[in-house]
Write a protein that binds this ligand. Structure first.
Ligand code: P53
Length: 482
Protein backbone atom coordinates (compact mmCIF):
# COMPACT_ATOMS: atom_id res chain seq x y z
CA UNK A 1 0.00 0.00 0.00
CA UNK A 2 1.43 3.30 -1.04
CA UNK A 3 0.69 6.63 0.56
CA UNK A 4 0.40 8.51 -2.73
CA UNK A 5 0.71 6.58 -5.96
CA UNK A 6 2.19 3.27 -6.95
CA UNK A 7 5.31 4.44 -8.72
CA UNK A 8 6.23 7.34 -6.40
CA UNK A 9 9.83 6.97 -5.21
CA UNK A 10 10.64 7.54 -1.53
CA UNK A 11 14.25 7.64 -0.45
CA UNK A 12 17.24 9.29 1.14
CA UNK A 13 20.14 11.45 -0.03
CA UNK A 14 23.80 12.05 0.81
CA UNK A 15 26.84 13.73 -0.75
CA UNK A 16 30.35 12.31 -1.10
CA UNK A 17 32.23 15.22 0.48
CA UNK A 18 30.10 15.16 3.62
CA UNK A 19 29.71 11.42 3.96
CA UNK A 20 32.57 9.35 2.56
CA UNK A 21 35.70 10.43 4.44
CA UNK A 22 39.04 8.89 3.33
CA UNK A 23 39.78 12.15 1.57
CA UNK A 24 43.23 11.11 0.33
CA UNK A 25 42.82 7.37 -0.14
CA UNK A 26 43.24 5.43 -3.38
CA UNK A 27 44.46 8.40 -5.37
CA UNK A 28 41.70 10.87 -4.55
CA UNK A 29 42.58 14.58 -4.64
CA UNK A 30 41.18 17.12 -2.19
CA UNK A 31 38.35 19.55 -2.79
CA UNK A 32 37.75 22.92 -1.18
CA UNK A 33 35.15 21.62 1.23
CA UNK A 34 37.84 19.44 2.74
CA UNK A 35 40.00 22.47 3.41
CA UNK A 36 37.44 24.34 5.44
CA UNK A 37 38.19 23.92 9.15
CA UNK A 38 35.68 23.51 11.94
CA UNK A 39 35.05 26.90 13.51
CA UNK A 40 34.01 27.04 17.16
CA UNK A 41 30.49 28.12 17.92
CA UNK A 42 31.46 31.33 19.73
CA UNK A 43 33.46 32.46 16.72
CA UNK A 44 30.63 31.74 14.38
CA UNK A 45 27.29 32.58 15.97
CA UNK A 46 25.71 35.56 14.35
CA UNK A 47 24.02 38.28 16.37
CA UNK A 48 20.52 37.42 17.44
CA UNK A 49 20.88 33.69 17.00
CA UNK A 50 21.68 31.21 19.71
CA UNK A 51 23.26 29.04 17.15
CA UNK A 52 25.30 29.99 14.14
CA UNK A 53 25.22 31.03 10.63
CA UNK A 54 27.43 29.34 8.15
CA UNK A 55 30.99 28.41 9.01
CA UNK A 56 32.96 31.59 8.52
CA UNK A 57 35.41 29.95 6.18
CA UNK A 58 32.48 28.89 4.02
CA UNK A 59 32.66 32.25 2.29
CA UNK A 60 36.36 32.89 2.77
CA UNK A 61 39.35 31.26 1.15
CA UNK A 62 39.89 27.83 2.65
CA UNK A 63 42.86 27.10 4.87
CA UNK A 64 45.00 24.14 3.96
CA UNK A 65 46.53 22.06 6.77
CA UNK A 66 46.80 24.63 9.51
CA UNK A 67 48.20 23.23 12.74
CA UNK A 68 45.59 22.47 15.38
CA UNK A 69 42.57 22.81 13.15
CA UNK A 70 40.07 20.06 12.41
CA UNK A 71 38.70 19.55 8.90
CA UNK A 72 35.40 17.64 9.27
CA UNK A 73 34.70 16.93 5.60
CA UNK A 74 37.94 14.96 5.28
CA UNK A 75 36.44 12.33 7.57
CA UNK A 76 32.70 12.57 6.97
CA UNK A 77 30.88 9.55 8.38
CA UNK A 78 33.47 7.07 7.10
CA UNK A 79 31.00 5.78 4.54
CA UNK A 80 33.92 4.85 2.27
CA UNK A 81 34.72 1.95 4.58
CA UNK A 82 31.22 1.25 5.89
CA UNK A 83 29.13 1.55 2.75
CA UNK A 84 27.70 -1.99 2.92
CA UNK A 85 26.38 -1.43 6.43
CA UNK A 86 24.87 1.89 5.30
CA UNK A 87 23.17 0.46 2.24
CA UNK A 88 21.86 -2.42 4.35
CA UNK A 89 20.21 0.15 6.63
CA UNK A 90 18.57 1.96 3.70
CA UNK A 91 17.26 -1.34 2.41
CA UNK A 92 16.04 -2.30 5.87
CA UNK A 93 14.07 0.96 6.03
CA UNK A 94 12.47 -0.19 2.74
CA UNK A 95 13.48 2.88 0.76
CA UNK A 96 12.85 2.86 -2.99
CA UNK A 97 15.70 5.13 -4.02
CA UNK A 98 19.08 6.39 -2.86
CA UNK A 99 20.49 9.72 -4.05
CA UNK A 100 24.30 9.84 -3.72
CA UNK A 101 27.09 11.79 -5.33
CA UNK A 102 30.27 10.67 -7.03
CA UNK A 103 33.45 12.49 -6.11
CA UNK A 104 35.12 13.93 -9.22
CA UNK A 105 38.48 13.83 -7.41
CA UNK A 106 38.31 10.04 -7.06
CA UNK A 107 37.80 9.60 -10.81
CA UNK A 108 40.01 12.35 -12.29
CA UNK A 109 42.11 13.66 -9.37
CA UNK A 110 43.65 16.49 -11.41
CA UNK A 111 40.85 16.88 -13.91
CA UNK A 112 43.16 16.80 -16.91
CA UNK A 113 44.32 13.17 -16.92
CA UNK A 114 43.57 11.24 -20.09
CA UNK A 115 42.42 8.11 -18.26
CA UNK A 116 40.32 7.71 -15.10
CA UNK A 117 41.62 6.40 -11.78
CA UNK A 118 40.76 2.65 -11.67
CA UNK A 119 40.54 2.66 -7.84
CA UNK A 120 37.88 5.35 -7.93
CA UNK A 121 35.86 3.51 -10.54
CA UNK A 122 36.16 0.32 -8.53
CA UNK A 123 34.80 1.92 -5.36
CA UNK A 124 31.72 3.31 -7.09
CA UNK A 125 31.12 0.14 -9.11
CA UNK A 126 31.08 -1.85 -5.87
CA UNK A 127 28.81 0.65 -4.15
CA UNK A 128 26.34 0.99 -7.02
CA UNK A 129 26.24 -2.76 -7.61
CA UNK A 130 25.55 -3.30 -3.92
CA UNK A 131 22.67 -0.80 -4.03
CA UNK A 132 21.18 -2.66 -6.99
CA UNK A 133 21.53 -6.00 -5.22
CA UNK A 134 19.59 -4.50 -2.34
CA UNK A 135 16.81 -3.37 -4.68
CA UNK A 136 17.44 0.38 -4.52
CA UNK A 137 16.99 2.70 -7.45
CA UNK A 138 19.80 5.22 -7.73
CA UNK A 139 20.06 8.92 -8.47
CA UNK A 140 23.63 10.18 -8.90
CA UNK A 141 24.83 13.77 -8.53
CA UNK A 142 27.99 14.27 -10.58
CA UNK A 143 29.11 17.45 -8.83
CA UNK A 144 28.10 18.13 -5.24
CA UNK A 145 30.24 21.20 -4.40
CA UNK A 146 33.44 19.23 -4.93
CA UNK A 147 35.51 20.50 -7.83
CA UNK A 148 39.00 18.98 -7.36
CA UNK A 149 41.38 21.48 -5.78
CA UNK A 150 44.08 20.91 -8.46
CA UNK A 151 41.62 22.24 -11.04
CA UNK A 152 41.23 25.37 -8.96
CA UNK A 153 44.98 25.85 -8.69
CA UNK A 154 45.94 25.10 -12.27
CA UNK A 155 42.90 26.35 -14.20
CA UNK A 156 41.32 28.87 -11.82
CA UNK A 157 38.09 26.92 -11.39
CA UNK A 158 34.89 27.31 -13.35
CA UNK A 159 35.71 30.72 -14.83
CA UNK A 160 37.90 28.77 -17.26
CA UNK A 161 36.03 27.20 -20.17
CA UNK A 162 38.52 24.30 -20.26
CA UNK A 163 36.92 23.12 -17.02
CA UNK A 164 33.66 22.56 -18.91
CA UNK A 165 35.46 20.09 -21.17
CA UNK A 166 37.13 18.33 -18.25
CA UNK A 167 33.73 17.96 -16.62
CA UNK A 168 32.22 16.49 -19.80
CA UNK A 169 35.05 13.97 -19.98
CA UNK A 170 34.30 13.00 -16.37
CA UNK A 171 30.54 12.78 -17.05
CA UNK A 172 31.18 10.62 -20.10
CA UNK A 173 33.29 8.24 -18.03
CA UNK A 174 30.52 7.96 -15.43
CA UNK A 175 27.84 7.27 -17.99
CA UNK A 176 30.02 4.74 -19.84
CA UNK A 177 30.96 2.90 -16.67
CA UNK A 178 27.74 3.18 -14.68
CA UNK A 179 25.01 3.97 -17.24
CA UNK A 180 23.45 0.57 -16.66
CA UNK A 181 23.32 0.95 -12.87
CA UNK A 182 22.08 4.51 -12.42
CA UNK A 183 18.40 5.43 -12.82
CA UNK A 184 18.61 9.25 -12.72
CA UNK A 185 21.44 11.75 -13.15
CA UNK A 186 21.87 15.25 -11.75
CA UNK A 187 24.90 16.97 -13.31
CA UNK A 188 25.10 19.56 -10.49
CA UNK A 189 23.86 19.91 -6.95
CA UNK A 190 22.21 23.29 -6.26
CA UNK A 191 23.54 24.97 -9.38
CA UNK A 192 22.25 28.36 -8.22
CA UNK A 193 24.64 28.33 -5.27
CA UNK A 194 27.39 28.99 -7.83
CA UNK A 195 25.86 32.38 -8.41
CA UNK A 196 25.00 33.07 -4.81
CA UNK A 197 28.23 31.81 -3.22
CA UNK A 198 30.81 31.19 -5.98
CA UNK A 199 33.50 30.23 -3.46
CA UNK A 200 31.37 27.27 -2.48
CA UNK A 201 33.27 24.16 -3.47
CA UNK A 202 36.07 26.16 -5.02
CA UNK A 203 33.96 27.05 -7.99
CA UNK A 204 35.71 30.39 -8.41
CA UNK A 205 37.82 32.91 -6.51
CA UNK A 206 37.76 36.63 -6.91
CA UNK A 207 41.44 37.01 -6.04
CA UNK A 208 42.33 35.01 -9.17
CA UNK A 209 40.73 37.72 -11.29
CA UNK A 210 42.09 41.11 -10.34
CA UNK A 211 39.82 43.96 -11.30
CA UNK A 212 36.83 41.75 -11.94
CA UNK A 213 33.57 42.55 -10.21
CA UNK A 214 31.95 40.01 -7.93
CA UNK A 215 28.83 40.00 -10.11
CA UNK A 216 30.83 39.31 -13.26
CA UNK A 217 32.54 36.41 -11.50
CA UNK A 218 29.43 34.82 -10.10
CA UNK A 219 27.29 35.05 -13.21
CA UNK A 220 30.09 33.85 -15.49
CA UNK A 221 30.78 30.77 -13.36
CA UNK A 222 27.08 30.06 -13.32
CA UNK A 223 26.95 30.42 -17.10
CA UNK A 224 29.82 27.98 -17.57
CA UNK A 225 28.19 25.45 -15.27
CA UNK A 226 24.85 25.86 -17.08
CA UNK A 227 26.61 25.14 -20.39
CA UNK A 228 28.29 22.10 -18.82
CA UNK A 229 24.91 20.90 -17.55
CA UNK A 230 23.33 21.24 -21.00
CA UNK A 231 26.27 19.38 -22.57
CA UNK A 232 25.85 16.52 -20.10
CA UNK A 233 22.16 16.37 -21.03
CA UNK A 234 23.07 16.30 -24.73
CA UNK A 235 25.67 13.58 -24.28
CA UNK A 236 23.49 11.60 -21.88
CA UNK A 237 20.55 11.57 -24.27
CA UNK A 238 22.84 10.33 -27.04
CA UNK A 239 24.53 7.68 -24.91
CA UNK A 240 21.67 6.38 -22.81
CA UNK A 241 18.63 7.45 -24.82
CA UNK A 242 16.48 8.02 -21.73
CA UNK A 243 14.83 11.06 -20.18
CA UNK A 244 16.60 10.78 -16.85
CA UNK A 245 18.52 14.06 -16.54
CA UNK A 246 17.53 16.72 -14.07
CA UNK A 247 18.59 20.12 -12.83
CA UNK A 248 18.91 20.56 -9.07
CA UNK A 249 18.35 23.95 -7.48
CA UNK A 250 18.43 25.22 -3.89
CA UNK A 251 14.89 26.46 -3.77
CA UNK A 252 14.55 29.73 -1.89
CA UNK A 253 10.82 30.09 -1.50
CA UNK A 254 9.89 33.41 0.07
CA UNK A 255 6.73 35.38 0.72
CA UNK A 256 6.25 39.12 0.57
CA UNK A 257 6.38 40.50 4.10
CA UNK A 258 3.05 42.26 3.63
CA UNK A 259 0.72 43.52 0.89
CA UNK A 260 2.45 46.85 0.50
CA UNK A 261 2.98 47.07 -3.29
CA UNK A 262 6.60 48.13 -2.90
CA UNK A 263 7.25 44.94 -1.00
CA UNK A 264 5.52 42.88 -3.68
CA UNK A 265 7.91 44.25 -6.31
CA UNK A 266 10.85 43.56 -4.01
CA UNK A 267 9.61 40.00 -3.52
CA UNK A 268 9.07 39.43 -7.22
CA UNK A 269 12.62 40.54 -8.01
CA UNK A 270 13.94 38.36 -5.22
CA UNK A 271 12.21 35.29 -6.58
CA UNK A 272 13.50 35.98 -10.09
CA UNK A 273 17.09 36.25 -8.95
CA UNK A 274 17.03 33.47 -6.34
CA UNK A 275 14.76 30.89 -7.94
CA UNK A 276 13.25 31.40 -11.41
CA UNK A 277 16.45 32.39 -13.22
CA UNK A 278 17.99 28.91 -12.73
CA UNK A 279 14.82 26.99 -13.52
CA UNK A 280 14.35 29.17 -16.64
CA UNK A 281 17.89 28.42 -17.83
CA UNK A 282 17.57 24.66 -17.24
CA UNK A 283 13.98 24.22 -18.44
CA UNK A 284 13.64 26.87 -21.17
CA UNK A 285 17.31 27.21 -22.13
CA UNK A 286 17.47 30.97 -22.47
CA UNK A 287 18.47 33.99 -20.41
CA UNK A 288 15.23 35.53 -19.16
CA UNK A 289 14.78 39.19 -20.04
CA UNK A 290 14.78 40.25 -16.37
CA UNK A 291 18.32 38.88 -16.07
CA UNK A 292 19.53 40.56 -19.27
CA UNK A 293 18.28 43.84 -17.81
CA UNK A 294 19.96 43.13 -14.49
CA UNK A 295 23.24 42.34 -16.28
CA UNK A 296 23.06 45.75 -18.00
CA UNK A 297 22.52 47.41 -14.67
CA UNK A 298 25.39 45.53 -13.01
CA UNK A 299 27.67 45.84 -16.04
CA UNK A 300 27.95 42.09 -16.34
CA UNK A 301 29.01 40.81 -19.76
CA UNK A 302 28.71 37.06 -20.18
CA UNK A 303 31.50 35.53 -22.23
CA UNK A 304 29.64 33.21 -24.60
CA UNK A 305 29.02 32.46 -28.28
CA UNK A 306 26.15 31.28 -30.51
CA UNK A 307 27.23 27.67 -30.24
CA UNK A 308 26.91 27.69 -26.44
CA UNK A 309 23.56 29.46 -26.62
CA UNK A 310 22.30 26.77 -29.01
CA UNK A 311 23.48 24.03 -26.70
CA UNK A 312 21.57 25.66 -23.84
CA UNK A 313 18.44 26.04 -25.94
CA UNK A 314 18.43 22.54 -27.40
CA UNK A 315 19.36 20.51 -24.33
CA UNK A 316 16.95 21.42 -21.59
CA UNK A 317 16.50 18.99 -18.71
CA UNK A 318 13.95 16.17 -18.43
CA UNK A 319 12.88 16.98 -14.90
CA UNK A 320 13.36 19.66 -12.25
CA UNK A 321 14.68 18.85 -8.86
CA UNK A 322 15.25 20.97 -5.79
CA UNK A 323 16.11 21.12 -2.12
CA UNK A 324 13.44 22.49 0.18
CA UNK A 325 14.06 23.06 3.86
CA UNK A 326 12.37 26.32 4.78
CA UNK A 327 10.83 29.53 3.58
CA UNK A 328 11.55 33.17 4.27
CA UNK A 329 10.08 36.58 3.79
CA UNK A 330 11.15 39.49 1.64
CA UNK A 331 10.47 43.19 1.78
CA UNK A 332 12.13 46.55 2.10
CA UNK A 333 12.29 46.29 5.87
CA UNK A 334 12.57 42.72 7.02
CA UNK A 335 14.10 41.34 10.17
CA UNK A 336 16.34 38.35 9.49
CA UNK A 337 16.33 34.97 11.22
CA UNK A 338 20.05 34.51 10.56
CA UNK A 339 21.63 31.30 9.50
CA UNK A 340 20.15 31.10 6.04
CA UNK A 341 21.83 31.94 2.80
CA UNK A 342 18.97 33.99 1.51
CA UNK A 343 15.30 34.80 2.02
CA UNK A 344 15.95 34.99 5.71
CA UNK A 345 13.16 37.31 6.70
CA UNK A 346 11.16 36.21 9.71
CA UNK A 347 7.64 34.94 9.34
CA UNK A 348 5.55 35.34 12.52
CA UNK A 349 3.43 32.32 11.55
CA UNK A 350 6.36 29.90 11.45
CA UNK A 351 8.71 28.30 13.94
CA UNK A 352 12.41 27.97 13.17
CA UNK A 353 15.04 25.35 13.99
CA UNK A 354 17.98 26.25 16.21
CA UNK A 355 19.77 27.32 13.04
CA UNK A 356 17.03 29.75 12.09
CA UNK A 357 15.57 27.62 9.29
CA UNK A 358 11.83 28.31 9.31
CA UNK A 359 9.72 25.17 9.07
CA UNK A 360 7.00 25.52 6.44
CA UNK A 361 5.29 22.41 5.02
CA UNK A 362 2.61 24.45 3.25
CA UNK A 363 5.42 26.29 1.51
CA UNK A 364 6.35 22.98 -0.09
CA UNK A 365 2.83 22.57 -1.47
CA UNK A 366 3.00 26.14 -2.75
CA UNK A 367 6.45 25.58 -4.31
CA UNK A 368 5.40 22.37 -6.07
CA UNK A 369 2.32 24.05 -7.53
CA UNK A 370 4.28 27.12 -8.51
CA UNK A 371 6.98 25.14 -10.37
CA UNK A 372 4.56 22.78 -12.07
CA UNK A 373 2.37 25.66 -13.27
CA UNK A 374 5.39 27.51 -14.60
CA UNK A 375 7.42 24.72 -16.25
CA UNK A 376 5.19 21.66 -16.82
CA UNK A 377 8.12 19.35 -16.15
CA UNK A 378 8.07 16.40 -13.74
CA UNK A 379 9.37 17.39 -10.30
CA UNK A 380 11.57 15.57 -7.81
CA UNK A 381 12.34 16.76 -4.28
CA UNK A 382 15.98 15.77 -3.92
CA UNK A 383 16.53 17.22 -0.43
CA UNK A 384 14.30 17.97 2.54
CA UNK A 385 14.72 17.40 6.25
CA UNK A 386 15.40 18.81 9.67
CA UNK A 387 18.79 19.53 11.19
CA UNK A 388 18.81 18.92 14.94
CA UNK A 389 21.43 18.39 17.63
CA UNK A 390 20.20 14.86 18.40
CA UNK A 391 21.31 13.10 21.56
CA UNK A 392 21.81 9.37 21.79
CA UNK A 393 20.06 8.06 24.94
CA UNK A 394 20.88 5.09 27.21
CA UNK A 395 18.89 2.76 24.97
CA UNK A 396 21.23 3.76 22.15
CA UNK A 397 18.55 5.47 20.15
CA UNK A 398 17.28 9.01 19.56
CA UNK A 399 13.71 10.02 20.39
CA UNK A 400 13.38 12.35 17.43
CA UNK A 401 9.65 13.02 17.47
CA UNK A 402 10.35 16.54 16.14
CA UNK A 403 11.83 14.99 12.99
CA UNK A 404 8.93 12.58 12.56
CA UNK A 405 6.57 15.51 12.83
CA UNK A 406 8.58 17.54 10.31
CA UNK A 407 8.61 14.70 7.79
CA UNK A 408 4.94 13.86 8.31
CA UNK A 409 3.86 17.44 7.65
CA UNK A 410 5.98 17.67 4.52
CA UNK A 411 4.71 14.32 3.20
CA UNK A 412 1.14 15.54 3.68
CA UNK A 413 2.00 18.69 1.75
CA UNK A 414 3.30 16.54 -1.14
CA UNK A 415 0.05 14.57 -1.10
CA UNK A 416 -1.94 17.77 -1.26
CA UNK A 417 0.15 19.04 -4.17
CA UNK A 418 -0.50 15.81 -6.06
CA UNK A 419 -4.21 16.25 -5.39
CA UNK A 420 -3.82 19.78 -6.78
CA UNK A 421 -2.59 18.15 -10.02
CA UNK A 422 1.18 18.53 -9.69
CA UNK A 423 3.36 15.93 -11.43
CA UNK A 424 5.95 14.90 -8.85
CA UNK A 425 7.63 11.51 -8.99
CA UNK A 426 9.83 11.24 -5.93
CA UNK A 427 11.41 12.47 -2.74
CA UNK A 428 14.77 11.89 -1.07
CA UNK A 429 15.21 12.95 2.53
CA UNK A 430 18.47 14.78 3.15
CA UNK A 431 21.27 13.21 5.19
CA UNK A 432 19.34 9.99 5.68
CA UNK A 433 22.34 8.72 7.63
CA UNK A 434 23.99 11.47 9.73
CA UNK A 435 26.80 13.33 7.96
CA UNK A 436 28.85 16.52 8.27
CA UNK A 437 26.81 19.69 7.71
CA UNK A 438 27.47 21.34 4.36
CA UNK A 439 27.04 24.87 5.63
CA UNK A 440 28.37 24.78 9.20
CA UNK A 441 30.78 21.82 9.12
CA UNK A 442 29.17 20.43 12.27
CA UNK A 443 28.50 16.77 12.85
CA UNK A 444 26.02 17.90 15.49
CA UNK A 445 23.64 19.35 12.90
CA UNK A 446 22.10 15.96 12.20
CA UNK A 447 19.42 15.04 9.67
CA UNK A 448 19.40 11.24 9.61
CA UNK A 449 17.11 8.35 10.36
CA UNK A 450 20.36 6.80 11.52
CA UNK A 451 22.65 8.31 14.16
CA UNK A 452 26.39 8.17 13.50
CA UNK A 453 28.59 8.16 16.59
CA UNK A 454 31.06 10.92 15.77
CA UNK A 455 31.21 14.34 17.38
CA UNK A 456 32.23 17.64 15.76
CA UNK A 457 35.89 16.62 16.05
CA UNK A 458 35.40 13.11 14.68
CA UNK A 459 35.79 11.51 18.10
CA UNK A 460 33.67 8.39 18.50
CA UNK A 461 33.23 4.88 17.23
CA UNK A 462 31.46 5.81 14.01
CA UNK A 463 28.88 3.16 14.84
CA UNK A 464 25.39 3.50 13.40
CA UNK A 465 22.24 3.56 15.58
CA UNK A 466 18.63 3.64 14.37
CA UNK A 467 16.63 6.61 15.59
CA UNK A 468 12.92 6.51 16.33
CA UNK A 469 12.36 8.12 12.92
CA UNK A 470 13.95 5.06 11.30
CA UNK A 471 11.17 2.81 12.58
CA UNK A 472 8.59 5.42 11.71
CA UNK A 473 9.88 5.72 8.13
CA UNK A 474 10.02 1.95 7.72
CA UNK A 475 6.47 1.60 8.94
CA UNK A 476 5.42 4.32 6.52
CA UNK A 477 7.08 2.46 3.64
CA UNK A 478 5.44 -0.83 4.58
CA UNK A 479 1.97 0.41 5.41
CA UNK A 480 1.55 3.68 3.51
CA UNK A 481 0.32 5.18 6.78
CA UNK A 482 1.69 8.33 8.35
P1 P53 B 1 23.40 22.15 6.03
C1 P53 B 1 22.18 26.53 1.57
C2 P53 B 1 20.80 26.63 1.71
C3 P53 B 1 20.02 25.49 1.56
C4 P53 B 1 20.61 24.28 1.29
O1 P53 B 1 22.52 22.15 4.68
C5 P53 B 1 21.98 24.21 1.14
C6 P53 B 1 22.77 25.32 1.28
C7 P53 B 1 24.24 25.24 1.14
O2 P53 B 1 24.81 24.45 2.16
O3 P53 B 1 22.64 23.08 0.83
C8 P53 B 1 22.08 21.79 0.78
O4 P53 B 1 24.21 20.89 5.96
C9 P53 B 1 23.22 20.96 0.26
C10 P53 B 1 23.72 19.92 1.21
C11 P53 B 1 23.56 20.41 2.65
C12 P53 B 1 22.09 20.61 2.90
O5 P53 B 1 21.54 21.55 2.03
O6 P53 B 1 24.20 23.38 5.96
O7 P53 B 1 22.95 20.38 -1.00
O8 P53 B 1 25.06 19.62 0.87
O9 P53 B 1 24.12 19.55 3.59
C13 P53 B 1 21.76 21.04 4.33
O10 P53 B 1 22.42 22.10 7.15
Amino acid sequence: MKFIKKDFLWGGATAAYQFEGEFDKDGKSMNMGEMIPYIKLEDRASPGSKRKGFARAFVEPAIENKEGLHYPKRFGSNHYNRYKEDIDLLAEAKLDIYRMSISWGRIYPNGDESTPNPKGLEFYRNLLTYCKQKGLKIMVTMHHFDTPYPIGVKYGGWMNKQVIEMFIKYAKTLMTEFGDLVDYWLPFNEINISALVPMMGGVAFLEDHPGMSYDQLRFQTLHNQMVAQAKVVQLGHEMLNKKIFGSMIANMTAYPIDCNPINIIEWQKHQELNRYFYYDMAAIGEYPTYMLKLFEKLNVKIDTNPEEMNILKNNTVDFLSFSYYMSGTVGKTVENTSGNLSATGKNPFLKATEWGWQIDPQGLRYTLNDLWDRYHLPLFISENGMGYDDKLNDQKTVEDDYRIDYLKQHFLAIKEAIEDGVNIFGYTMWGVIDLVSGGTNEMSKRYGLVYVDYDDFHNGTGNRFKKKSFDWFKHFMESGEL
